[in-house]
Design a protein. Structure first.
Length: 282
């Protein structure tokens, strides 16, 4: 078994173990049939967009606000991280099979993002909701700036390489550590990873397996802390994961043909919407 095979096997085992832990800590959640349909729709759309590189967390947060489901922010964040274990694992298995990349770069990204997820997960479940709101607000503002700069081609300085080495690898590791802290506060890190890939002169397609593989390791690590403290919506998580997996499968065949430039403007609008909503909360 090669290095990639080992990475895939560990990711599968880690996700399965945390999912068993999740079902062991299941609790009742009352959901009307209409709300179940709403959550299924959220899972399908958000993970479809996630697979083509747009990210899902900002979409989930915006859609749940508009559709009036999963109101508690901390439980919502736990739910998003747990359901993402399933979808990220599927994405990782697909991208690692089809996209060639450098093993060292991948391992550094996975290790640092997982570490960031573990450390931030311990903090996120213990701090005040108002502070969570503030952290989410700041992170969304940074994400919006990165997206906007990317759309103006200011950050699009990527090259054709597949590896990062030397001092650049150390800086890249710091980027990944910071990125790994974001999901614990309800913010996805795809934009930050893509920005770092561009900045280090690497082929942008390499971002896909890195994002998916890192998520496959980071999400279980972060999720375990939310599960341990019961900070999640059980039935909503299951529905999001099932229909999110369907979204991944539907998006995979069209990744190379989708107009991501237009979709990024849509995502920027979603991010701005989330900023406005969070800014209005007291």
């Amino acid at each position: 078994m090669g290095t990639l095979g080992i990475i895939k096997t560990i990711a599968i085992i880690l996700s399965v173990l945390v999912l068993i832990y999740f079902f062991y800590h299941r609790h009742s959640e009352k959901l009307s049939p209409l709300n179940q349909i709403k959550i299924a729709f959220i899972g399908l759309v958000s993970n479809f967009l996630d697979t083509i590189g747009i990210g899902s967390f900002a979409v989930i947060i915006a859609m749940r606000t508009m559709l009036g489901v999963m109101p508690d922010e901390v439980r919502l964040i736990g739910t998003m991280n747990i359901q993402a274990m399933v979808t990220a694992l599927i994405q990782a298995l697909i991208f690692l099979h089809f996209v060639p990349l450098d093993i060292v770069t991948l391992l550094v990204a996975v290790a640092m993002i997982a570490l960031g997820g573990f450390l931030s997960g311990l903090v996120a479940v213990r701090i005040d909701k108002k502070l969570v709101h503030l952290i989410m607000l700041v992170a969304f503002i940074i994400t919006g700036i990165l997206l906007f700069l990317s759309q103006l081609n200011i950050l699009t300085i990527g090259g054709t390489g597949t590896a990062i080495r030397g001092t650049r690898l150390v800086i890249f590791a710091i980027f990944m550590l910071v990125s790994g802290t974001l999901p614990a506060f309800g913010v996805g890190y795809y934009s930050l990873i893509k920005a770092s890939i561009f900045l280090f002169g690497v082929n942008p397609i390499v971002a896909f397996p890195i994002m998916a593989s890192a998520s496959a390791f980071q999400m279980p690590v972060t999720s375990a802390t939310f599960i341990a403290r019961g900070k999640f919506y059980f039935k909503s998580t299951v529905i999001l994961a099932i229909f999110g997996a369907l979204g991944v499968v539907l998006a995979t065949p069209i990744i190379t043909s989708v107009n991501t430039y237009t979709l990024k403007w849509i995502l920027l609008g979603i991010v701005i919407y989330n900023i406005i909503v969070l800014a209005r909360k007291k």
